[in-house]
Design a protein around this ligand. Sequence first.
Ligand SMILES: Nc1ncnc2c1ncn2[C@@H]1O[C@H](COP(=O)(O)OP(=O)(O)OP(=O)(O)O)[C@@H](O)[C@H]1O
Length: 274
Amino acid sequence: MQLAPAEVDALQAAEPRAPYLRLQGIRKNFGAGDSQTLAIDGVDLDVREGEFLAVIGPSGCGKSTLLQIAAGLAAPSEGVVSFEGNAVLAPPPGIVYLFQQYGKSLFPWRTVIDNVAFAIEHRPGMNRERAHAESRRYLQMVGLGDSERKYPWQLSGGMQQRVTIARALAAQPRVLLLDEPFSSVDALTRLELHALVLELWQQQRFTAVLVTHDVDEAVFLADRVAVLSRRPSQVVEVVETELPRPRDNIATRELPRFIELRHHLLSQLLRREA
Ligand SMILES: Nc1ncnc2c1ncn2[C@@H]1O[C@H](COP(=O)(O)OP(=O)(O)OP(=O)(O)O)[C@@H](O)[C@H]1O
């Protein structure tokens, strides 16, 4: 029997897909004996391929720790992380972590283009010229085409964060983990970086997981928002934002759905911080 294309599509849609990036029963304890800190207490979270997921939670609840565990940069005390069905025991190729403190993650003795090239210069068959040509492409994407010869300390904070974004993209991430990357820049630069990251995410089609304590940022950027409780953290709820794309820094933030989500998520966090 031959199935019509629509029937094939329906069957494929009904078939459960293997979880993409999966966190199962994650617990994390720091320290030992009396000075133990239980940071994460049983987090289950599935990240879908291609989505933009935001994880919000009060300060110190374990957001960065959870992201480091997802990246294979830290081991959970209990639980399993898997990426496309394989256990993550070390940073897997394809998962790139963008750190909060751009100032500390750029090499001050390297020019902007050499900072970006750092992500790719170790690749087999790569030489300096090719690494520069490729890095230049990513610098142009983040609007820094004319700053390649400068050093990071000659750039503003927002520009430095753009360099780290270019470097992350040069590594061709399939999953980009963003650890509060917008928290150290001024409010206007933050909005510009939001728009830039969304544009790049739509162009480059990676999966994005952002941790932040900023509800507006989470709602504006994400397809889904996962809410963590206070430490020891657990997932309280996962909300689909259901906001239309492309998103606009002014119009999207004025939509009734945006305001409704903002209200709901802020009250969740404030209730839990009290
Ligand atoms: N290496 C460590 N040793 C001991 N405790 C740690 C370590 N790293 C994190 N913690 C503790 O674990 C908890 C979670 O820290 P984490 O940085 O993940 O939280 P966070 O939600 O990202 O915080 P913030 O929003 O303030 O950046 C905190 O209480 C922190 O003090």
